[in-house]
Write a protein that binds this ligand. Structure first.
Ligand code: AHR
Length: 497
């Protein structure tokens, strides 16, 4: 196979908002308890934050983490999670049919986020609650002092405001599984009135309006259109969620799911711009892709979880090599849409459909998907370049005209480096990539990182990393032409400078 690409420094998609490399921690399974927080664990600090897990997270340079849900937030009373721990109530979490101990809450999360150098993206409950709870929580978090809620924060031990800038107006309100599920008009009205009041409390915040839970929802994309009719002028982003799975063991189709992701993003951009035109608005709504990943491996195991247990192993997908390839391709797609996608959250971060796994009381390790996420987050900062790509294509059971090569490039003005991210989707053949880089005179290959494995189903377990990158990729840049070898089904990060 042979593919060609041209990079031209003036063909820019957009400056990338670093928040597209965000993630998500929900009160779900062992994400919090036994994941980021485990008092008594040998690696826990004085706050109970597991330092082995924090190290894996800081290496990822995660810029923002969404919290506390997810489906959980739609039944959550945030007041249960603040104040002296001995007074915090145990409650039934109806979203995940478990018992929530509330030993970890808003203030602990803010402290934890600071400790791993990330921003907080806070969600409010628009399922069982509404305007009043949202404005109180915001006053508690962001108001400096002198009022009931801000003084309560101080009394709880946090003198300085948390200064949380990004807020989600509920979660997946289109889904019948959601506590307090709403029609688009019901949600739109409530979200608008909540947004209005929240911006009165703190005009510096940014707000995310819910969209569809996935493209398969019967109300997609009318839910976005109808709810934005209400919220358009009051919010800054609309939310997108999407998970994929290789349920039929059809890897050729599976690796092409990023085409569906691309279609999803284009559709929602159009919906937003249609409402903009309808409203004769000057404002453009951006996209917050605040849940995306592979999720299917754990579906059967989850049916066997004992109801009302505490922090059971829920949604613990064990990711394989082909999952890492799809995650890489999804990251390429998000970068390609960085002109409109300003926030994105890999869902989730620890144990629950996550790049990082732990044993409660034991060790921690990197799942296969950790690596493409690490590469994009660390090397994908700067300006997304619009590559001109010519690639042979294939048809699969679910998709036609799938380019074997999936690629994008990012120019980092600080380091003066260009990084090419590339995936060879072919399951049989290696590819030669020829890339015209004459626009970057004198640039050569700094490093060529490769994630490859003969076994598409290879997984990582504690102490045994079967899937990990090496930096012995074959590539050379001579006289403005980069030539790289991309073995069959492999992920590449080619750093030029
Ligand atoms: O991330 C797991 C769940 O997926 C979230 O709680 C929900 O928002 C989505 O359906």
């Amino acid at each position: 196979l042979k593919a060609k690409m041209t990079l031209e420094k003036d063909f820019m998609i957009s400056e990338i908002d670093n928040r597209i490399y965000g993630s998500f921690i929900e009160h779900l399974g062992r994400a919090v308890y036994g994941g980021i927080y485990e008092p008594g664990h040998p690696e826990a600090d004085e706050n109970g934050f597991r330092q082995d897990v924090s190290k894996l997270i800081t290496d990822l340079q995660v810029p923002i983490v969404r919290y506390p849900g997810g489906n959980f937030v739609s039944g959550y009373n945030w007041e249960d999670g603040v104040g002296p721990k001995e007074n915090r109530p145990r409650k039934l979490d109806l979203a995940w049919r478990v018992t929530e101990t509330n030993q970890f809450g808003t203030n602990e999360f803010v402290d934890w986020a600071r400790s791993v150098n990330t921003e907080v993206m806070m969600a409010v409950n628009l399922g069982t609650r509404g305007i009043d709870e949202a404005r109180n929580l915001l006053e508690y978090c962001n108001h400096p002092g002198g009022t009931y809620w801000s003084d309560l924060r101080k009394q709880h031990g946090w003198a300085q405001p948390h200064a949380i800038k990004t807020w989600c107006l509920g979660n997946e309100m289109d889904g019948p599984w959601q506590i307090g599920h709403k029609t688009a008009d019901e949600y739109g009205r409530l979200a608008l009135e909540t947004a209005k009041v929240m911006k009165w409390v703190d005009p510096t915040i940014e707000l995310v309006s819910c969209g569809s839970s996935n493209t398969g929802m019967p109300t997609f994309p009318q839910y976005e259109a109808a709810s934005l009719e209400h919220t358009y002028e009051a919010v800054d982003y609309v939310s997108l969620h999407q998970y994929y799975g290789n349920r039929n063991n059809d890897t050729a189709s599976y690796l092409a799911y990023s085409l569906d992701l691309d279609h999803f993003i284009k559709t929602i951009k159009s919906v937003c711009d249609y409402i903009k035109a309808k409203k004769r608005s000057k404002k453009t709504i951006n996209l917050s892709f605040d849940e995306w990943n592979v999720w299917f491996h754990s579906n059967e195991a989850d049916k066997k979880i004992e109801p009302w247990s505490i922090a059971p192993p829920q949604l613990e997908d064990v990711y394989n090599f082909e999952d890492a390839l799809l995650v890489g391709s999804m990251l390429i797609t998000l970068i390609k849409h960085s002109d409109r996608v300003k926030i994105a959250c890999l869902a989730q971060l620890v144990n629950v459909i996550a790049p990082i796994m732990t044993e409660s009381g034991g060790g921690s390790w990197k799942q296969t998907i950790y690596y493409p996420y690490l590469h994009a987050s660390v090397y994908g900062r700067g300006i997304a370049l619009q590559p001109v790509i010519s690639s042979p294509k294939y048809d699969s059971r679910q998709f036609t005209d799938v380019p074997y090569l999936d690629s994008v490039a990012v120019y980092n003005p600080d380091s003066e480096e260009v990084t090419v991210f590339a995936l060879n989707r072919s399951l049989e053949e290696a590819m030669t990539l020829e890339c015209d880089i004459r626009s970057y005179p004198g640039f050569g290959v700094i490093e060529h990182i490769v994630l490859e494995n003969d076994d598409l189903k290879a997984v990582n377990t504690f102490g045994k990393e079967a899937v990990k990158p090496h930096n012995n990729g074959h590539s050379a840049a001579i006289d403005g032409l980069l030539q790289a070898s991309l073995p069959k089904h492999s992920w590449h990060v080619i750093r030029l400078g």
